[in-house]
Design a protein around this ligand. Structure first.
Ligand SMILES: [Zn+2]
Ligand SMILES: [Zn+2]
Ligand SMILES: [Zn+2]
Length: 561
């Protein structure tokens, strides 16, 4: 057992883990430089990575090179130089110009932070063809999208997180290969759903939970291949249509009532201990097509990975990765890395065929770099300065020796050099802390909120109840979020969507809605419980004090099918 130097909890390091650390330890000039065992527990390591990820706070700014308007993840007071995507990739500047010598009298992270602060960052993290979508971050190819994050191959989508290959989906968390879904969480291959969670192959339905292959159902939980069910009872087509004709969910009040009713129905049904599909020798939650995957969450098509989160498509032999995979291999302690990247260590943002990067931040298609920042197509660079292969292989080991003496070697970047206030990062969602706690740890906090310009601000509860009664004028107003009191605007394409689908105007800000959906998913944590049916021991993401009934896999299958 090891003891976490941050939270003091004991954690296990297995022989298999040790083999992995040895296998990915880098070699320079034919000599291996061993990566030491982690000093933080897996959770604290994940928290540290997340503290570098501002996924949902975007600010208007201008490109420091072409002076065009650009949205960015960097708040104005940070004074971080930013370039728009086009300028950043252009030959109008050279990241090598910011290169500097390593100072052996100072800590490594402090110097890396300085380099990051002066080197132009891409305004946002985007990849592939982005059309008419200025407000998307951590996002690949998309068209006509607005405020979607951790998304790829999307069209006409708004306010989404974890959207993959979807069209016309709005207000969602993990929507995969789906269309016309609103307010849905963890829906796969679905069409025309409203207010659903954990559904696969469902269509033309509203307020479903844990349903598969259902069509034309309303307020149902735990159904398989059903049609015309209302509150889990079977009706004829005519009876069903009559029943739903009176349900006008364009009314905010009716919508809320249905959502509450779904939660009541859920308590009458058993839930499976973990939510995984087609996995082999794997342990985690929300895993799809995974093999030999240990302690991972929200991963798809991955093999031999451990402590990985939101890693997909052909990720293999990785430990401790937060997002996104896509053929990422042999990597350790990274965040936002992938797209054919290979052997990345302690790197934040490594993309597009990058390989053998160690302690780098934001790199594209680069190889053999150490402590480099914001570079494209670089190789054999240290602190953005160009070296020959021989010079590189001599200098890097000396820096590693220095980092061993400062205790930095083998650790991901320390949270105090994050460019973002802790409360603006994904860390605050999974590991919430108060301002005082954050300051006490020496990390940053950021109270800045960009101003929302509007003719007037209307309190959420003053909005007309039904979408039919909402005037076009709402596009000029801001709505005051009923929870955070933060004003937010309704955008034109969004209003069109609500009207087309007859849905009420939301009364909470996009941030709050994202958080609400986040809390409807289970935490990334396991508890020991007993199956409520057969009393066998289970490990589940439902904590013992929760009201849901939880079954082991076999009892669940017997009950549902
Ligand atoms: Zn810990
Ligand atoms: Zn520009
Ligand atoms: Zn059981």
């Amino acid at each position: 057992m090891s003891n976490c130097k941050q939270c003091s909890q004991d954690f296990e390091i297995t022989d298999r883990d040790r083999k992995f650390y040895d296998r990915i330890s880098p070699e320079f000039g034919g000599k291996k430089y061993s990566i030491p065992e982690p000093t933080l527990c897996p959770e604290c390591r994940q928290q540290r990575r997340l503290a570098f990820c501002n996924e949902s706070n975007l600010y208007p700014a201008e490109c420091n090179l072409c002076k065009e308007r650009a949205m960015t993840e960097h708040p104005p007071h940070a004074n971080q130089p930013i370039y728009c995507r086009e300028c950043w990739h252009s030959d109008k500047w050279d990241a090598h110009d910011y290169g500097c010598d390593f100072d052996f009298n100072r800590p490594f992270f402090e110097q890396l932070h300085e380099l990051k602060r002066k080197t132009p960052s891409p305004a946002l993290t985007q990849d592939g063809t982005i059309i008419n979508s200025d407000y998307v971050h951590y996002t690949g190819s998309c068209k006509n999208c607005y405020l979607i994050m951790h998304a790829t191959f999307c069209e006409d989508c708004y306010y989404g997180y974890g959207f993959k290959k979807v069209k016309k989906c709005v207000d969602g968390f993990y929507n995969l290969r789906s269309e016309f879904c609103y307010d849905c969480i963890d829906v796969h291959t679905c069409h025309d759903l409203v207010g659903c969670q954990d559904c696969i192959n469902c269509s033309s339905s509203k307020f479903l939970r844990d349903c598969v292959g259902c069509q034309d159902c309303f307020l149902c939980v735990g159904l398989r291949n059903k049609k015309y069910c209302f509150e889990n009872k079977q009706f004829t087509k005519e009876e069903y249509q009559q029943k739903i004709a009176s349900m006008d969910i364009g009314s905010f009040e009716t919508y809320q009532r249905c959502m509450k009713k779904r939660q009541v129905l859920e308590l009458e049904h058993p839930f499976k201990a973990t939510n995984n599909r087609n996995t082999e020798n794997s342990f985690g939650d929300h895993l799809i097509n995974c093999k030999d995957v240990q302690y991972c969450f929200d991963c798809e098509d991955a093999e031999k990975i451990k402590y990985c989160y939101q890693v997909v498509i052909g990720a293999k032999n990785n430990y401790d990765i937060y997002q996104y995979g896509e053929n990422l291999q042999e990597s350790y302690e990274c965040a936002i890395v992938g797209a054919d990247a290979y052997h990345l260590l302690f790197t934040m943002d490594g993309h597009l065929g990058s390989s053998d990067l160690t302690y780098c931040m934001y790199m594209e298609t680069s190889k053999n770099c150490f402590g480099c920042v914001n570079m494209n197509r670089a190789s054999y660079c240290i602190f953005n300065k160009q070296y020959t292969k021989e010079e590189y292989e001599t200098l890097v080991p000396r820096i590693i020796e220095h980092m061993r003496s400062t205790g930095e070697w083998g650790e991901f970047f320390s949270s105090d050099i994050s460019l973002f206030g802790y409360n603006k990062t994904t860390a605050q969602m999974y590991y919430p802390l108060t301002k005082d706690e954050v300051i006490a740890k020496g990390w940053k906090w950021d109270d800045y909120e960009p101003e929302v310009k509007a003719e007037k601000v209307i309190a959420a509860d003053r909005l007309p109840d039904n979408i039919n009664e909402i005037p076009d004028d709402i596009l000029n107003w801001a709505v005051e979020c009923e929870v955070t009191k933060k004003p937010f605007k309704i955008v034109e394409q969004e209003l069109r969507f609500y009207r087309e689908k007859k849905l009420p105007i939301p009364r909470r800000s996009p941030d709050q809605r994202h958080l609400d959906r986040f809390y409807k998913r289970n935490p990334r944590k396991f508890w020991d419980r007993k199956c409520a049916k057969c009393n066998t021991d289970i490990q589940t993401t439902y904590s013992p004090d929760r009201p849901e009934t939880v079954y082991c896999d076999s009892c669940y299958l017997k009950k549902i099918y």
